[in-house]
Design a protein around this ligand. Structure first.
Ligand code: ADP
Ligand code: MG
Length: 466
């Protein structure tokens, strides 16, 4: 018998809320649009005032009524800013809808505008460049401790943890048929580890810095060094204040990570930065594998935030990709934060500006490319709209612009600007990188299974702009 208790409705999951936010993206106006809106109000008043002037002044000088009215009306039509108003939101919302279909939920148009200006990319390691499903490879008991008992206690403490390492430790115990005792007083320290009372013992599992100073700690540190030198992640187990064992874990690099990294480097003309809480050996090894040469290891959540701030103070606009609770503050600090949706913690999804729900890192450079395309389209649209208005207004004032031609020019430019934006809705505009599936519909394994998140793509199937 399987008993299932549902604690929250599907619509209440963080990812579902993010999806709702994306659906409501059209309500959040881009900065460019807000600027245009402000100008447009005054501009419209000006157009009406000029139309009245163009009618009244010539009439006052005894001009004929019909041609004067015709010229003034033509002026009012061709000077109207319809195309300008339509220049910005359709391209941005088209990209949001297109990205949604390809598994990236961009929360709003402001995010896309910011993304287009990004010049530095920072990446988290565990769960972002790696699969985030590490496996325990070795269990080393200190001072003759029993390995099975060590793993049992560690698994008990880690069972409530959402961290990939925590899940790996619990899974290792289950795989060996060991019981996973329940823990009391569980406490997670993001970027450090967990602590709980298991079977009456105070169990601490986490980063080697948690080791107490002095002799037994030093012996454990020697074991840790050996493991780290092989590129693995070492997690220490401290029981009732005494170092008791070391677990070695290794994670696999995402197959798509090297392509995504090189594409991101090409886009921003700069090698991405690796920000990780893991040890420097594991970090360097992975960095070489994916093609990153700028590595910051051993970072706590606040250090990741500080690293992002340092880059920003140097005038960089930073895009950060991360997944964990430990990345959430840095995701919020970065100019643009993108969270990996499958392995990602709810906090990271909330803090991020965009969420990758299809578990593919290549969608990050793809959405970056699209944000830049959207910016180019916005600029092209505004240029076209302004040029048409200037030419038609000049023609009407200096010569005789026939009304039908004025209407055709005005409406024509409005339609062209609108269609130019909607072009980005087409699936064909989505960039594909090395060997990426061109699946229109996400495959079954694209559904973030671990978190029971509903599939938000469907909600985004319709075109965004209205
Ligand atoms: P990353 O920045 O690579 O995503 P984290 O900041 O999440 O890594 O973790 C940094 C380090 O903190 C890990 O390498 C590990 O040593 C330790 N750690 C964090 N959480 C846990 C946990 N639940 N169990 C064991 N170790 C942990
Ligand atoms: Mg991580």
């Amino acid at each position: 018998m399987l008993t299932v208790r549902v604690e929250r409705a599907a619509a209440d999951t963080v990812l579902a809320r993010v999806a709702t936010q994306v659906e409501e993206a059209s309500e959040v106006k881009a900065a460019t649009q807000l600027f245009i809106d402000r100008i447009e109000q005054r501009y419209s008043v000006l157009v009406v005032a000029l139309t009245l002037t163009l009618t009244a002044v010539p009439l006052g000088f005894g001009a004929h009524f019909t041609p004067t009215l015709l010229r003034a009306m033509t002026f009012m039509i061709v000077a109207s800013p319809c195309a300008v108003v339509l220049a910005t939101m359709p391209p941005l919302l088209s990209v949001i809808a297109n990205a949604g279909r390809h598994g990236v939920l961009v929360k709003n148009a402001v995010v896309l505008e910011q993304m287009a200006g990004v010049d530095t990319v920072a990446l988290d390691k565990t769960g972002t460049l790696t699969h985030g499903s590490p496996r325990v490879t070795d269990i080393l008991g200190l001072a003759g401790r029993d390995e099975a008992q060590l793993l049992t206690l560690a698994a008990g403490a880690e069972a409530p943890s959402e961290h990939p390492l925590g899940r790996a430790v619990a899974a290792a115990a289950r795989a060996r048929g060991l019981p996973v005792p329940s823990a009391q007083g569980f406490r997670a320290r993001p970027g450090r580890g967990v602590q709980a009372i298991v079977d009456g013992r105070d169990v601490l599992v986490g980063h080697p810095v948690l080791l107490p100073d002095g002799d037994p700690g030093d012996r454990a540190r020697a074991v840790v060094n050996d493991l780290e030198n092989t590129g693995r992640t070492a997690v220490v187990i401290v029981i009732d204040g005494h170092p008791a064992g070391v677990l070695a874990l290794s994670d696999t690099v995402r197959r798509d990570a090297p392509v995504a990294v090189s594409e991101l480097a090409r886009l921003v003309q700069r090698s991405p930065v690796l920000l990780t809480g893991d040890n420097v050996h594991a970090a360097r090894r992975l960095a070489v594998e994916v093609g990153i040469d700028n590595v910051h290891a051993g970072l706590l959540p606040q250090d990741k935030t500080a690293a992002v701030r340092t880059l920003q103070h140097a005038g960089r606009r930073v895009l950060l990709v991360g997944d964990g609770v430990n990345d959430a503050p840095a995701l919020a600090t970065a100019d643009v934060g993108i969270a990996m949706g499958r392995a990602g913690s709810d906090l990271a999804l909330q803090a991020a500006d965009a969420v990758v729900v299809r578990d593919d890192l290549r969608t990050v450079p793809a959405v970056l490319t699209m944000s830049r395309r959207a910016r180019r389209v916005v600029i092209a649209n505004l240029t076209l709209a302004a040029t048409v208005i200037t030419v038609l207004v000049g023609w009407d004032l200096l010569a005789q612009l026939p009304l039908p031609l004025g209407v055709a020019g005005h409406e024509g430019s409005t339609v062209i600007v609108g269609l130019n934006g909607l072009r980005l809705l087409s699936r064909r505009t989505w960039p594909t990188l090395g060997g990426e599936r061109r699946a229109a519909q996400p495959a079954a394994d694209d559904v973030p299974a671990a978190n029971n998140h509903p599939q938000p793509q469907e909600a985004l199937a319709g075109p965004g702009p209205s």
